[in-house]
Design a protein. Structure first.
Length: 136
């Protein structure tokens, strides 16, 4: 009889880190006591390990308009509205349940693309329009 040797599974943060840091120019930075992942200084994902005792291990990801309500509505056991950033459309993905890592990678990559995009140019006023009325 053969004995099976259980291979240790990578921890959720190790798997998430591998996904995030495989993206071009992605970096990891500790913030608020947890790893966050950024591209050119803009955050696209944050690991959350039992955040304020919520009982979840998850990743919070930047998401496009409408994605959060759609995905949370379809799969509320796996996806949720995270605190703080949820009001800006971010989505939480549980990593402590049965995880589809391809799905996690897809959500992370979507957030990465949004963060990597060039921000829209700021509207600037010319020096003439900033001058006090009647002053040239």
């Amino acid at each position: 009889m053969r004995t099976r040797v259980a291979m240790p599974r990578p921890s959720p943060i190790d798997r998430l880190r591998k996904i995030c840091l495989a993206l071009p120019d992605a970096t990891e930075k500790q913030a608020w006591g947890e790893p966050t992942f950024r591209v050119r200084g803009r955050m696209f994902a944050m690991y959350a390990n039992n955040h304020h005792g919520d009982g979840r291990i998850a990743v919070w990801c930047k998401a496009p308009l409408g994605f959060q309500s759609m995905i949370v509505g379809v799969a509320p056991k796996r996806f949720f509205v995270p605190p703080y950033v949820g009001v800006n459309g971010w989505v939480g993905v549980r990593l402590d349940l049965e995880v589809d890592w391809k799905e996690v990678a897809s959500v992370v990559e979507q957030g990465y693309q949004m963060a990597a995009e060039k921000p829209p140019p700021r509207a600037t006023r010319s020096k003439k329009s900033r001058a006090a009325p009647g002053v040239r």
